[in-house]
Each structure stands twice: as C-alpha cells, then as structure tokens.
Design a protein around this ligand. Structure first.
Ligand code: GLY
Length: 391
C-alpha cells in the first residue's frame, strides 16, 4: 500500500515538474497584441464624450468600465502597452504607451491616496525603465515627493486610505508595500535618501505589525498616530479579519522581494521566503496554483479564483528565485502558474473587449468585480512572462 502511494506521489510530482516549463512567449504576445488592439477600439467606443476616462479597468455586465486617472488602477494599461513595446519593439506600441501614460501625469500632485506607486510606477516607471526619458524621471520624482507627504514618523508608515474615517484613524494596508518601489526609484534617480528611509521604515513597521505567526498577512492595520501603536487589525476585501486574502498575500510576497532587491537587507529576503512558504504550502492552494480569492474562503472549492493574485505571485516568485536558495521550487511554481493562466484562464481572441485574462476577483465582500477580467491581472501576467524571459 505504502509503495503504491509513493509511486502515485512520484507520478504526480513528475507530471507537475513536466508541466513546469517556461511559457513560449512569441505566440502569447502575438495573442496579447491582438487583444490589446481590440481593447484600443473598445476604449474609443466606451469613452464617448468623457475625456476624463483614461484607462480600462474591468467588465461590468459585459460592458467595458473605464476609469479616470485618480483610480488606483489607472496605470496598468499604460504599463501593458510599454511591455508590448518592450517585447515587440514596434513603434505603434510605443506611441500608444506614450499617449496613455501622458494622461496620468496630473496624478503626480494627488496626495489624497497611497496608490501613487501603482498609478505612476506601473506607467511612467515601466516607461522610464525602457526609454530613460528625462521627462518621465521628473514625474517619478514629483510623485515620490507627493507620496512622501503621507508618511507619519510616529507610526513609521505611509497612510493608505482617507476613506472610512469612522472605522479607521490611520489605516495601512498590505497593498501599500507595492508603492514603495516608486520611493526606492526616486532615491536612485535623485540621490536623496529621504525616500529610501521612508520606504524602509514602512517595510519594517509592516513586517512587525501586519503578519501572523504563520506569515500570513492582515489586510488593514489601524494605528494610533499619537503613540504609533496598533489599534486594530482587520480586513476590507478578504473573507474575515483573521483570514488570508489571496491578493494581500501576493502583495506581501512581491513587496518584500522588491524591498530585498532595493536594500539587500536579508530580513526582507527571509520575509518574502516565509510568505512564499505560506502561499505555496497552503492546503487550499489548488493544484493548478491559481488561488481562490481568499485562502480561508468558506465554500472552497466552490469559490471564485483570483487570477490577479496568481499573476502577482508568479511575478514575485520569478524575482525571488534569483535571490533565494529555494530557486527550483519558486521557478517551478511560477512556470506552473503561467502555463495554467495561458492554457485555461485566457479570454478567447476577439472577446471580452480585449482583456487578456478572465477570472479575477476585486472585492468579494463588496460583491464587486467577482470572477471578471481586471487590468492588473493582465499587467502582472505580462510582467511575469517578461521576467520569465529575463532569467
Ligand atoms: N489595492 C487594492 C487591491 O488590491 O484590490
């Protein structure tokens, strides 16, 4: 009996390893180009006489939902266009990328949100890394200055949200780790270490207060600004305060990996490895490695997946594999995710207004964006595919 079990396990492992090849990029990018051409047409149709709507976010009842520059997701489509240019070197993608990026510039002065990194680094940052355009550099620096105004030295963190004032005094969400990349970039571009110091303080404070003993992350930590102490730990988009919201775990993995890249502080590398272990060894992570929207969602396996979390995890693991002794495992899982997204979660060509991937979940508790395409699902999928190529 035991031999039979070992044999079955070996077969399963062999199947798993066989599946874990890198995705062949040329046909996938050719399809992504076709979908993005359709998306450009869909944007024109949906825009009507509303020039303030600058980027596609999702589908609502089959209709394309566009968002203004202030929306936290406004930078992802421009970033996708830059990545299409990076892969294909076609000038048409460059001019589209420039046009969609330019529409976001005014956000560099918007201090009312912590989402500056998502908006500006995914668009201007991705563009700058490819073109080294001096005007983009200035936008990145100004955006970092604006984001820095949300830092409170008593708390040691950047404030995430200004909404729900009745519920939280100084909310910091795990997603905010992603906005630190903009600050690290600003220090590199200016030599001014104040941005770096804010990023490190935020990462250290979050490492101390946002994680449970099993290295799963809370979504929201609320702080007292007089003492810097934690007031409460809750969720907003997860199933429960004590559950592990899938995208939150993905932001943590990607965020600490990026912090290690920028600082070489081994504590961040270890944190990223611990978070990766939580995700990859969780009994509720499905065999295809595309997580349910929350690791503790009550009706698993009858719960929606979150493809966006899968893309962020794949991209984070591909970077982490460059730094960690667990390289083989991380590469294998990242490849499995990307193979499965490519095979089973893509939109048919010519459908879904041009989104590339289906089956993401924005906020299940709010019954908002459940099992739909999301622009950040597409963004991190393309980023991960390119990272696979850069190893
Ligand atoms: N930053 C918001 C989200 O992940 O949904």
């Amino acid at each position: 009996m035991q031999n039979k079990l070992v044999g079955t396990f070996a077969l399963l492992l062999a199947a798993f390893m066989a599946n874990a090849q890198a995705v062949k990029l040329a046909p996938v990018f050719a399809d992504a180009e076709k979908q993005t051409q359709l998306m450009l047409k869909s944007i024109d149709e949906a825009k009507g006489n509303k020039p303030e709507l600058v980027a596609p976010r999702t589908l609502e009842n089959g209709q394309l939902k566009l968002v203004p520059a202030r929306d936290w997701t406004s930078g992802f489509f421009a970033g996708e266009l830059w990545m299409l240019y990076e892969f294909t070197h076609k000038s048409e993608w460059k001019s589209k990328a420039e046009a969609f990026t330019a529409q976001l510039e005014k956000e560099k002065f918007n201090g009312g949100t912590h989402d500056m990194g998502f908006k500006i680094y995914c668009s201007y940052g991705t563009g700058y890394n490819i073109t080294k355009d001096a005007a983009y550099k200035e936008v990145i620096i100004q955006s970092a200055k604006t984001l820095s105004t949300r830092f409170n030295p008593v708390v040691g963190c950047i404030r995430s949200w200004d909404h729900h004032k009745e519920q939280w005094g100084y909310p910091v969400i795990i997603d905010n780790m992603m906005n630190l990349e903009l600050l690290f970039a600003a220090t590199r571009l200016t030599g001014d270490s104040s941005f770096y110091r804010i990023a490190v303080s935020h990462a250290n404070t979050t490492m101390k207060n946002h994680f449970r003993a099993d290295y799963s992350s809370y979504h929201v930590v609320d702080y007292d600004t007089l003492t810097g102490k934690v007031v409460k730990r809750q969720t907003h988009q997860g199933y429960a305060d004590e559950s592990a919201w899938a995208r939150g775990q993905a932001w943590a993995l990607y965020g600490y990996t990026m912090c290690y890249r920028e600082t070489k502080n081994v504590a961040y590398l270890q944190q990223a490895e611990h978070v990766a272990a939580f995700i990859l060894h969780h009994p509720n992570l499905p065999a295809d490695k595309i997580p349910y929207w929350d690791f503790n969602a009550p009706e698993i396996p009858n719960e929606p997946r979150d493809v966006s979390a899968a893309g962020v995890i794949a991209s984070g693991l591909l970077e982490l594999s460059k730094y960690s002794k667990n390289k083989k495992e991380y590469l294998s899982v990242a490849n499995t995710i990307l193979q499965n997204l490519t095979k089973s979660y893509r939109s048919p060509i010519g459908e879904n207004k041009g989104f590339i991937l289906l089956h993401s979940t924005g906020s299940k508790p709010a019954k908002s964006e459940v099992d739909v395409p999301l622009n950040y699902g597409d963004y991190y999928y393309l980023e991960a595919l390119l990272r696979q190529n850069k190893k």
